[in-house]
Design a protein around this ligand. Structure first.
Ligand code: SF4
Length: 302
């Protein structure tokens, strides 16, 4: 198990089983805290073959340099980070994606996860990724025709792909909630159960260029749905979207950059993929960039 020390206590994490044990009665002083964020998402490339209307990835072909990225990930591992989540763009289109997962899995103690639209997985990639990935997130926004309208791919195809994902690693489903998709929550939660997902991550739509974020009526419908939910698949919501929902957060004292950071495909470190402030990482390394970004943060939480 990997050990991490933070303001919420002493945290043990097993990347193979996903088991977390937090000794919150053991509180050590700040100099003992692990300096890296608990989780870091990394946009490997901005390239994607879909055109979802609410996509926030910049429309360019930026991609991270492989060896520099491995150096940054090693630093994060040594700094007490517990897991990296690869995304994009579409991470399976990154030129050395399977090799990256393998190297990170074998050379660090980090959990390796990735978020995908799911349509690029085939038997060959599955074989290359076997035993190198600890969790997969598949984006499934809406059921049937709603999904097809938003993602531009057949719904039957993504349902087939879920079987493939299930054979690779434990997986969750990501769901962008907006006025079009909110009515399909029951159907997709049922699909998540049937397909064997272990988590259903709700992502209220964020404003992106030319498109508004989730409206207040839809947000209220979502809150009502969450309050009534009795399914077996665990619900989750990102930290930045959690206000207004009754979620359990055992790491409430470990917020901001202690909890999470994002590296975009141009090599900048940000508080989240939506944040406008970024610090170029370059050859000085990710922990140095983290220090600079912390000094920029207004909240002082980190
Ligand atoms: S699959 Fe993801 S990265 Fe690709 S267009 Fe859709 S939201 Fe953007």
């Amino acid at each position: 198990m990997k050990l991490r020390v933070g303001p919420s206590g002493v945290h043990f994490f097993d990347r193979t089983t996903g088991l977390n044990i937090l000794l919150d009665e053991v509180r050590l002083d700040r100099p003992h805290w692990s300096p890296a964020p608990r989780q870091v998402s990394i946009a490997l490339t901005n390239v994607c073959d879909l055109k979802c209307p609410y996509c926030y990835a910049p429309k360019n072909v930026d991609a991270l340099d492989f060896s520099r990225l491995l150096d940054w990930i090693t630093e994060l591992d040594e700094g007490g980070c517990l897991g990296v989540g690869f995304g994009g763009g579409e991470p399976t289109l990154y030129h050395r994606f399977a090799e990256l997962c393998s190297r990170v899995s074998h050379q660090t103690r980090l959990a390796v996860t990735f978020t995908t639209h799911g349509h690029g997985l085939d038997e060959g990639l599955l074989r290359d990724l076997r035993d190198t990935v600890h969790f997969v997130r598949v984006s499934v926004d809406g059921f049937g025709r709603t999904y097809e309208r938003l993602r531009g791919r057949p719904f039957a195809a993504i349902c087939r792909q879920l079987e493939m994902v299930r054979s690779l690693a434990p997986f969750g489903m990501n769901y962008v909630v907006n006025a079009l998709t909110v009515g399909d929550l029951d159907s997709v939660a049922a699909l998540a159960t049937e397909a064997g997902a272990v988590e259903f991550l709700l992502l209220p739509q964020r404003p992106v260029a030319g498109l508004r974020g989730i409206d207040s009526e839809t947000r209220q419908k979502l809150a009502t749905w969450v309050a009534r939910y009795q399914g077996n698949v665990r619900l989750a919501v990102s930290e930045t979207d959690a206000h207004g929902f009754r979620f359990c957060d055992p790491f409430a004292d470990e917020a901001g950059l202690s909890s999470y950071a994002h590296i975009d495909a141009s090599g900048s470190l940000r508080r989240s993929s939506y944040d406008s402030v970024g610090v170029g990482i370059g050859g000085s390394g990710v922990m140095r960039a983290l220090e600079v970004l912390r000094n920029h943060c207004e909240d002082g939480v980190s």
